[in-house]
Design a protein around this ligand. Structure first.
Ligand code: OOG
Ligand code: MG
Length: 263
């Protein structure tokens, strides 16, 4: 999406405020209401922030949905499905160390990830689901740049849907896999911290690619071959502390884990 010049002048400082809060690891007050941001402008702020990250050398790796589950929507008081953007700087390897330095108030949540077939830019009219080749258990670390992890719909969209880090487990070939009704468990040092079912994700995680496609074409996100799509959390998010190992498991699909550290 190219943002018209007058909007750019108004929206760029908002993207910059979010960028510097992220870099400093310091929360800022909500900004959508004072700036009078509507939803389309909030997405434009998000995309300006991503543009700056790409200019600084990051690479686009995927897209993510938020508030696809009722429990998440209730936890945060936001009831619309939202789309955010993932880059390589947010990726943590399965079994790797997640550095909490300069994260503000990180939380972790279990997700399902899809991978699209390799290729170039995808025509927005293509059925995205037909391009999915692999699925995996994943976790997303979210870290709102807003004080008290509290925001309006436009705030959280401008803040790239609180996207912070993500970790994807071993990819499985889809081969007509049914993804609804699978038990999901999130454990911290072996103790269950959250549990639920993949049915919590839009009724069936297979609904996620169409939701990504709809939001991407409405708000101007690029769809590219090889991208990872995060379908949204299956449970409420859990606050993350240093020195713990967090594992997400989805019955029949596998598991993924990460250990937190500081520096
Ligand atoms: C927004 C992100 C929501 C999900 O999976 O539902 C999200 C937030 O909760 O701060 O990523
Ligand atoms: Mg999420």
């Amino acid at each position: 999406m190219t943002t018209p010049a007058p909007d750019r002048a108004r929206l760029e400082p908002l993207a910059e405020a979010i960028r510097s809060a992220t870099a400093a690891g310091e929360a800022i007050p909500q900004l959508a209401a004072p700036a009078g941001l509507d939803l389309a402008e909030a997405y434009a702020v998000q995309l300006l922030g991503i543009e700056a990250r790409l200019q600084a050398g990051e690479r686009l790796t995927g897209l993510k949905l938020g508030f696809t589950s009722r429990e998440k929507a209730e936890q945060m008081g936001v009831f619309d499905v939202i789309l955010g953007t993932l880059t390589d700087a947010m990726e943590v390897p399965d079994g790797g160390v997640l550095d909490l330095t300069r994260l503000i108030h990180p939380r972790i949540e279990p997700e399902i990830a899809f991978r699209l077939a390799p290729g170039g830019v995808i025509d927005p009219a293509t059925d995205l689901r037909s391009l999915v080749t692999h699925v995996a258990v994943a976790m997303e670390v979210i870290d709102s740049r807003f004080q008290n992890f509290s925001f309006s719909l436009a705030d959280v969209v401008a803040d790239n849907t609180s996207a912070c880090r993500y970790v994807v487990g071993p990819w499985q070939e889809i081969a007509g896999r049914d993804l609804a009704g699978l038990d999901v468990t999130l454990t911290v040092d072996g103790a269950t911290a959250a549990s639920g079912s993949t049915t919590a994700i839009l009724g069936d995680p297979w609904e996620a690619p169409a939701a990504v496609q709809r939001l991407a074409s409405t708000y101007g996100h690029t769809l590219q071959g090889g991208m990872v799509l995060l379908a949204g959390a299956a449970t409420a998010a859990v606050p993350l502390e240093a020195g713990v190992t967090v594992t997400a498991e989805v019955a029949g699909l596998g598991q993924v884990s990460v250990t937190t550290g500081t520096g």
